[in-house]
Design a binder for this molecule. Structure first.
Ligand code: FES
Ligand code: FES
Length: 210
């Protein structure tokens, strides 16, 4: 016959660290919702006005025309133009802000459209190669100076040249070389491109955003 003292001794020692207490401290378990880890995650949750991940309606001002489309917030301006609006002038080559094939003009500045989110381009003036028209002085100068071979980089170069000339109407050859340094041509048509930009500079005198 065991004494009371013996039965108490037989029970496992009661830990100060119970499972319930442990889970509670970790923010896990029904009794712990709203505390611990879950509470911290709730505090860190994004505010309700954050868009996505589902597609959202946006409006882009492209070549002077408000254009409505629905895209996921992760979609780049380049993909919005090419895949959602069938505007395939800007080319996707590196897709990481290196080659310039995707160049467009955003509120007066040349940008790599592969590195701008479409949703962030709202409220800005977007100029693409499609908006320049066939007989604009820059494209004409490219043709006159044989400034393309495969032509894949050419729309990006034309937009880079347009953006450059809008701010530097009287460039030297060195200015052009530096100003278009963000665009690459795998066919090596750089000399033709530079001569074309110098010729376009003459043709663009007095032409603003044309
Ligand atoms: S595709 Fe955008 S920089 Fe190359
Ligand atoms: S003309 Fe071919 S990549 Fe430039």
């Amino acid at each position: 016959m065991s004494s009371k003292k013996d039965s108490e001794l037989a029970k496992p020692a009661k830990s100060r660290f119970s499972r319930r207490g442990f889970l509670g401290g970790m923010g896990v378990g029904t009794g712990a919702l709203g505390t611990g880890l879950l509470e911290r995650e709730a505090v860190a949750a994004p505010p309700a006005n954050v868009s996505g991940p589902a597609a959202v309606p946006i409006t882009l001002n492209i070549n002077g025309k408000p254009t409505k489309l629905t895209v996921e917030p992760r979609v780049t301006l380049l993909d919005a133009l090419r895949n959602h609006l069938d505007m395939t002038g800007a080319k996707r080559v590196c897709d990481r802000g290196t080659c310039g094939a995707c160049t467009v003009i955003l509120s007066g500045k040349t940008v790599y459209s592969c590195s701008v989110l479409a949703i962030d381009a709202q409220g800005k003036d977007i100029q693409t190669i499609e908006g320049l028209g066939a007989n604009n002085p820059v494209s004409t100068a490219f043709v006159n100076n044989d400034a393309q071979q495969c032509g894949y980089c050419t729309p990006g170069f034309v937009m880079a040249a347009k953006g450059f000339l809008d701010h530097h109407p009287n460039p030297t050859m060195d200015d052009v070389k530096n100003g278009l340094g963000g665009n690459l041509c795998r066919c090596g048509t750089y000399m033709g491109v530079r001569k074309a930009v110098l010729e376009a500079a003459k043709g663009m005198k007095g032409v603003k955003n044309g």
